[in-house]
Design a protein around this ligand. Sequence first.
Ligand code: HEC
Length: 188
Amino acid sequence: MKNDPEKQSDDIDYEDLRDHVFDGIQEYDKKLPNWWLMTFYGTIVFSIGYWFFYHTSGVGLSPEDKFALQQERTAEYARATGVEQVTSELLFELANDETLVAAGRTAYASSCAACHGPDLEGGIGSALRNGEWIHGSDPMEIRRVILDGVSEAGMPPWRQALGERSVNEVTAFILSVNPSLAPDEGEQ
Ligand code: HEC
């Protein structure tokens, strides 16, 4: 033992001291605590799992992959719904797409029903299924009113609040409950 016991306090176990001395300083030779070791081994196991999941197996998607996938879906949606180039024909087509109509119905219930009635029967706003269209019955005219509103009559514009895509879906929903608007009624 290289230490002078009198200089040390009682709670130190000198057996644990390593022989090596530098500048009069000695190190303890302590076992690492189990919680520390478990954490350490845990990170190794985790890194193997992580590496396998994200880099080898092809199951996990990196943020870049997810982003690319999302963009692809958005582009697909744009192609399928023609968000860039909306026409009356396209809006009639959308009215036959159950998924889009359902999305439109949801948007209608939360944004429009308060004024136009839950069943489009009218209220503060005009009825949207009685065959009378103040601003025109063409799908593009209906869409235009929804996008830009009629400020002097109390119909708010929805371009900002809902976005064009959602407005297309709401228009599709309105068309779907107004089959008489379709160019060929028999088809609807
Ligand atoms: C704050 C009440 C209010 C809300 C909310 C509202 N509207 Fe209107 N809307 C009106 C009023 C009032 C008119 C009648 C405008 C007029 O007389 O020129 C109208 C007119 C319309 C028209 C034209 C009807 C026609 O006869 O030409 C459409 C289409 C329409 N709204 C759709 C919607 C949709 C879709 C929503 C939800 C995204 C919506 N509105 C939300 C008040 C509202």
